[in-house]
Design a binder for this molecule. Sequence first.
Ligand code: R5P
Length: 291
Amino acid sequence: MADLDGNREAERFSADIPADSGGFHVKGAAHLDWGMKRRLGNIFSPASGRTVMLAFDHGYFQGPTSGLERLDLSIAPLVDHADAIMCTRGALRTSIPPTADTGLVLRASGGPSMLKELSDEHLALDVADAVRLDADALAVQIFVGGEHESRSIRNLTTLIDSAAPAGIPVLGVTAVGRELTRDARYLRLACRIIAELGAQLVKTYYCEEDFETVTASCPVPVIMAGGKKLPELEALQMAQRAIAGGAAGVDMGRNIFQSNNPRGMLAAVKAVVHEAASAEEAFDLYATSAG
Ligand code: R5P
């Protein structure tokens, strides 16, 4: 391992030079096997190379979150309109019809509730069950700098190794605890660790400054996590800036299902991500669509 003394600050990100994705529409996936590419193709649109993922896995640690009290009523009608959904197997089996026309990313870690230390997670899904559910990817969090950093990274690598024989990609999520700073330097570190350890895609938060260095220095697609509910225009502006900064899509939960018009908000986010609509144009779409 390189020693850490006198390290030069990384600076040659060349964010203006797109990575060569080898003719496949997902960054870093050119040399993957057919099945894994097919599953990534179920998440990322071949036309735009991007994805709009609808996240509703919040209940695995915080119970019946606002907007998710009844998954059958609030979420099931939305799923066909997202490129992919991100949820737990319990939510999927109980509340989402198997006819859903969408990619599927399954939450594969869990353990502590919101009342305890969140980094104290374990893997909570067997790959055999993910195969049974026809998952397109599995999601696990790492807590870089967190109390259980090392175990969470072990969860990631264990999942990558067990999902690879089934051809299932892994989505590594950079969990940011209250005590950690969500700046570009931290997010570069966490995203790059996830990619270097073998995950095929990364989900992380947006940061106002130098977000393009986070995406440029990560050799797999970076998907922006939504975060707390914002006014719709602000959420769309954040999505627009993340896409301009090189994000390969968004994985939004509360900013969609806590909106007064979730279907309209999902359409507006898709316009930003896939059609290069400005946040203002997309907001008009949201504001004029029926709730
Ligand atoms: C949270 O633990 C989950 O991973 C969510 O999927 C993620 O935070 C995205 O949801 P939201 O946009 O509501 O933050």
